[in-house]
Design a binder for this molecule. Structure first.
Ligand SMILES: C[S@@+](CC[C@H](N)C(=O)[O-])C[C@H]1O[C@@H](n2cnc3c(N)ncnc32)[C@H](O)[C@@H]1O
Length: 582
């Protein structure tokens, strides 16, 4: 069954739960049989007992699944139900942890483009906008059009390419690809993202972030180098830090490992393009765009190691020649950046801290509250914007996993406090690793990281810090996709002190469809929730490519009138209004 359990439910829909733990439950059959010493003669009996065990397991799983009270929106979240017509179609379900480690596509690698296999497919490429065309390797290709003024301010007149600098591949008339979507959405900076004071007072970088060269590139999960890599025969290249002349990061350049999930060449390409899009003032940005980027892209497209390394070296030389002051002055003035920059930056941190040990995130019981899954950066950006999460706000993630949502809220929105609480040991340890790496890399890129705080290896239930912070939260996230009824009840209790205006993002409705105000719940904050349901776009979460739904519940001043029971409504209509205020 390969980690998938298929049975019929009452509605004759097929139902599939996909979880790595199902694998472990199934594989537990064989060792038991082995211990019993079952031989070939008793094979039929063995098959029978296997069948019995299996159906018992199926039954257990069903019982577990029934923990999800139907009053919470639906008995099981929509994303867990298989399409009726799945023939030849991706049913949208993949083992969670397989998806926790996103395959890295050559030029479109980030956690938003997490797909079911490491090789890109047609599906991997979003329908291109006018200037984009589909290219080989499933990349987003762009016609070489001038960088718009929105991307880098006041673009200069294009200089003609120098002779011999561009080969046929990057001929201006033929479509060429880029590492970054140059026409993607911009993020208007709500707070000074770049720490100009720090940059002016620090010329030397003294951090020790995890180096790319220490990561595996050819396994499903890059782990530390020791066991698989012989670097002696591999070409390496160093990339000059744009802000600190004393720091270079070393990368392996190896185009043969095409199925790699971590692609160092793609990371280099993105970083160089972001130099152009974010860090360099216009004359230098234009120079980089016109002289080095075409060769960098063409050599990548042709898997030309020598050309690629050559382009990196030219870039390094160019960066070293730019007065640092000019770059800092430029960073002081910018008010928007490509949104993908934050996502790619966080992904660089994630590949170094989480990827190597992502297997640890498998350690949970299927259908339990501790099932691990992630909300992906594009979705988070959208929903934070929807909730108007902004500079100075307090954000909280109840069940923060490895801390992704917390750090993205801090970096992208400049929250005064971004807080996460996580109960599982491994996820908590990885949270620390990720946060440490993030702090080092923020310094390297001169970025400000506002207050981040975690309550780790602790439940959010009966947690003093959580209780203390809830009343000041502007946005609370609770990825309750698989929280059972009991935990949802506890979440409800925790949320009682949320302030008016607080927005709560959840994957299942906090308030049941059948919820009504009655004598016993008059004071419940749920009476004052305005609950709005939204469609989840495809590729918003790590556990399925399919969409689904999510909810934003806003705490209102007054009671939600729709909650009155028909009886209460009747009384009101008869002129005896029931007063439900705080
Ligand atoms: C589906 S993950 C969500 C991770 C992250 N918030 C995200 O959306 O990307 C849910 C997390 O909640 C954690 N969790 C479950 N019950 C918890 C509790 N009582 N206290 C703290 N964390 C809990 C689980 O261990 C798991 O890491």
């Amino acid at each position: 069954m390969g980690g998938q359990e298929s049975i019929s439910n009452n509605n004759s829909d097929s139902f599939i739960m996909s979880s790595p733990n199902l694998d472990s439950q199934e594989s537990s059959i064989s060792p038991i049989d082995e211990k019993k010493g079952i031989d070939m003669q008793t094979k039929s009996l063995s098959n029978y007992s296997k069948g019995t065990l299996l159906s018992k397991q199926v039954q257990n799983l069903l019982e577990e699944a029934n923990k999800y009270d139907p009053i919470y929106g639906s008995s099981l979240p929509r994303g867990f139900l298989r399409d009726r017509n799945t023939k030849g179609k991706d049913n949208g379900l993949v083992p969670l942890v397989e998806k926790v480690i996103p395959p890295i596509h050559k030029k479109t690698n980030n956690r938003n483009t997490r797909k079911k296999s490491s090789t890109t497919t047609k599906k991997d490429v979003k329908k291109p906008k006018a200037a984009k065309v589909k290219g080989k390797n499933g990349r987003t290709n762009h016609k070489h059009i001038p960088i718009s003024k929105q991307e880098i301010d006041t673009a200069r007149e294009k200089k003609p390419l120098k002779k011999g600098q561009a080969n046929k591949k990057n001929d201006r008339d033929s479509p060429s690809s880029t590492f970054v979507d140059w026409n993607g959405p911009c993020l208007r900076l709500q707070y000074p993202l770049f720490d100009i004071e720090y940059l002016r007072s620090h010329e030397i970088y003294s951090g020790t972030p995890i180096q790319s060269i220490s990561l595996r590139t050819n396994s499903p999960q890059p782990t530390s180098l020791s066991s698989d890599n012989d670097t002696s025969s591999v070409t390496t290249a160093k990339l000059q830090s744009i802000l600190f002349s004393n720091y270079m990061e070393e990368y392996k350049i190896d185009f043969k490992r095409s199925t790699a999930i971590y692609n160092p060449m793609s990371e280099i390409g993105k970083l160089i393009e972001y130099s152009c899009l974010v860090f360099l003032p216009s004359p230098y940005a234009e120079q980089l765009k016109e002289t080095i980027l075409p060769d960098l892209n063409a050599s990548f497209d042709n898997s030309d190691t020598k050309g690629f390394v050559n382009a990196i070296n030219l870039y390094n030389k160019m960066i070293r020649e730019i007065p640092r002051q000019r770059i800092i002055d430029h960073l002081e003035t910018i008010d928007k950046i490509p949104r993908s920059f934050i996502h790619d930056f966080l992904h660089i941190v994630y590949t170094r801290s989480i990827h190597p040990q992502a297997n640890k995130l498998k350690h949970y019981k299927a259908f339990s509250n501790y099932v691990y899954g992630e909300l992906l950066p594009n979705f988070l950006s959208d929903v934070y914007q929807q909730c108007q999460l902004k500079k100075g706000d307090t954000f909280m993630d109840l069940g923060s996993g490895v801390g992704n949502c917390v750090v993205q809220a801090a970096l992208e929105c400049g929250c005064a406090l971004s807080f996460g609480c996580e109960i599982m040991d491994d996820a908590s340890d990885l949270t620390i690793l990720q946060y440490e790496e993030l702090k080092k890399r923020c310094k390297l890129y001169g970025m400000r990281l506002n207050n981040v705080e975690f309550s780790l290896k602790k439940s959010f239930v009966d947690n003093n810090r959580v209780a203390e912070l809830i009343p000041q939260c502007d946005v609370i996230l609770v990825n309750n996709f698989l929280f059972d009824e009991d935990l949802n009840k506890k979440v409800e209790k925790i949320l009682q002190t949320a302030k008016v205006g607080c927005k709560i993002i959840s994957l299942k409705s906090l308030r049941s469809l059948t919820y009504q105000i009655n004598f016993y719940n008059v004071e419940n904050i749920f009476n004052r929730l305005k609950v709005q349901r939204y469609d989840l776009k495809e590729d918003s979460v790590s556990w399925t490519h399919s969409g689904g739904e999510y909810y934003i519940s806003t705490v209102m001043e007054d009671v939600d009138e729709s909650l009155f029971s028909p009886a209460a409504r009747g009384r009101r209509n008869r002129g005896t209004p029931v007063k439900y205020t705080r």
